[in-house]
Design a protein around this ligand. Structure first.
Ligand code: AMP
Length: 296
């Protein structure tokens, strides 16, 4: 496994690989890797000849009061894990490598970023799309793999790729969970044992919503109330949002007639966690969306 820190080195290596006829698969991460990340890498490996992973805690996607400084980091452990799943190249840039003096360009997706996490994290998605666009230009990858756990991020990036005619395919991967259902996240490391128990309320509330739907409930407001009630019955929880929305536009819905996204952001102690599921319709939330040109 090659570990590269310089943009020009990655660009040259990736260009050579493309010219030699290899297909490239790319998994961008912020490190502190867990099984969810590794699953993305395994899937990239199934779709491409060469897998590139970036590890970069991107300051541009953190707000001033957010956890950039204390975001968990473990470069040595990450490299070991990436190696264990057969990653070929790890790109490990510094902050000035990505944002050198004089840097002043932003990539911004408009309406999709106004909803869900965009409300309480202004500027967050501009930070994400900017760094991801740069990473796509650096790696010139054929495919890039993202988790459905960050459903809005996946939607926003897919939109950016279409809108800017970026020549790659996006693959979305279902949320990888701990055995008890908690969605894996680097931020789970912040939770103490009691908070860890309360964090389970997110997955439990998704299950409750599914159950209510099966029993015939179609009113978004009722489902939302039940979900909020369940979450708030656990200690240390505060709701950022519980939203039932159209899975394509992310606009709120009042009734659950068509397929609906239930998305949650909850603070457990000081840790902000997100989770989501697709409800109703011809729900295919456990499937990886097939993308144009995707290799079997
Ligand atoms: P992060 O390091 O949190 O920026 O995540 C890097 C990538 O891993 C993103 O595409 C995330 O959506 C994805 N990811 C994070 N957690 C999970 C999970 N539990 N299951 C699937 N993908 C995940």
């Amino acid at each position: 496994m090659e570990v590269l820190e310089r943009i020009d080195a990655v660009q040259k290596r990736c260009e050579d690989l493309r010219l030699s006829g290899k297909t490239l698969g790319f998994v961008p991460t912020m490190g502190f890797l867990h099984e969810g990340h590794l699953e993305l890498m395994r899937i990239a490996k199934r779709h491409a000849d060469v897998v590139i992973v970036s590890i970069f805690v991107n300051p541009a996607q953190f707000g001033p009061a957010e956890d950039f400084d204390r975001y968990p980091r473990d470069t040595e452990g990450d490299l070991e894990k990436a190696r264990s799943v057969g990653v070929d190249i790890v790109f490990l840039p510094s902050v000035p490598e990505i944002y050198p003096d004089g840097y002043q360009t932003k990539v911004s997706v408009d309406r999709l970023t106004k909803h869900l996490c965009g409300v309480s994290r202004p500027g967050h998605f501009d930070g994400v799309t900017t760094v991801v666009a740069k990473l796509f230009n650096i790696t010139k990858t054929h495919i890039a793999v993202f988790g459905q756990k960050d459903y809005q991020q996946l939607t926003v990036i897919s939109r950016m790729v279409r809108d800017l005619n970026m020549d790659l395919d996006i693959v979305g991967v279902p949320t990888f969970r701990e055995p008890d259902g908690l969605a894996m996240s680097s931020r789970n490391a912040y939770l103490d044992p009691e908070q860890r128990r309360s964090a389970l309320s997110l997955k439990k509330s998704l299950d409750l919503a599914r159950h209510l739907l099966e029993k015939g409930e179609r009113r978004a407001e009722e489902v939302k109330k039940a979900v909020e009630g369940l979450i708030l019955s656990h200690p240390h929880t505060a709701i950022d949002y519980v939203t039932l929305c159209d899975p394509v536009t992310l606009e709120d819905v009042e009734t659950l007639e068509a397929e609906t996204l239930l998305a949650l952001a909850v603070k457990v102690g000081n840790t902000r966690l997100i989770d989501n599921c697709l409800l109703g319709g011809a729900s295919k939330n456990e499937d990886i969306p097939k993308q144009k040109g995707q290799r079997e």
